[in-house]
Write a protein that binds this ligand. Structure first.
Ligand code: 5GP
Ligand code: ZN
Length: 139
């Protein structure tokens, strides 16, 4: 896609620090380096995000994730890692070519924070939500 910065990286039109490449995916260092070794894994197919992704592209992309994650961890000596994916602007997506962040973790002060608010469970509501999702998944 002409207008996409990650397609330009794939095509070599703009430079990047590549760490892995094959026919289906590319991994390169995120320019922001939230922590040292912050890496992005992307499918070569231009797809907006996971909400638009085919099972075939997902299986190719996610299949590369464990090996890449271990390589990043080994190379950086990180003790932990956040693997994060943002879908659409409200969720923090700023580049609209699907990508998975691998953020090596070194300490609690790494400059990344993901906080899940915990609500008291409303079991009736949970059952209704689960039902709605079940129906959509089986479509
Ligand atoms: P998002 O916010 O969409 O989940 O993540 C997009 C990421 O792409 C950001 O972390 C940002 O630093 C990174 N990024 C944006 N432009 C470039 C670029 O030109 N090169 C590289 N290597 N990373 C980029
Ligand atoms: Zn693209």
């Amino acid at each position: 896609m002409d207008d996409c910065i990650f397609c330009k990286i794939i095509n070599g039109d703009i430079p990047s620090s590549k760490v892995y490449e094959d026919d289906d995916v590319l991994a390169f260092l995120d320019i922001s380096q939230t922590t040292p070794g912050h890496t992005l894994l992307i499918p070569k197919e231009h797809v907006r995000n996971i909400l638009n992704m085919s099972a075939e592209t997902a299986s190719k992309t996610f299949a590369r994730l464990p090996k890449l994650a271990r390589a990043v961890q080994k190379a950086t000596n990180a003790t932990a890692m956040n693997i994060v994916n943002n879908n659409e602007e409200l969720a923090g997506q700023t580049v609209f070519h699907a990508h998975i962040h691998l953020v090596p973790r070194y300490s609690k002060n790494d400059g990344i924070s993901i906080k899940y608010t915990v609500h008291d469970p409303d079991f009736e509501h949970l059952a209704q939500l689960a039902d709605n999702i079940k129906k959509e998944v089986s479509e």
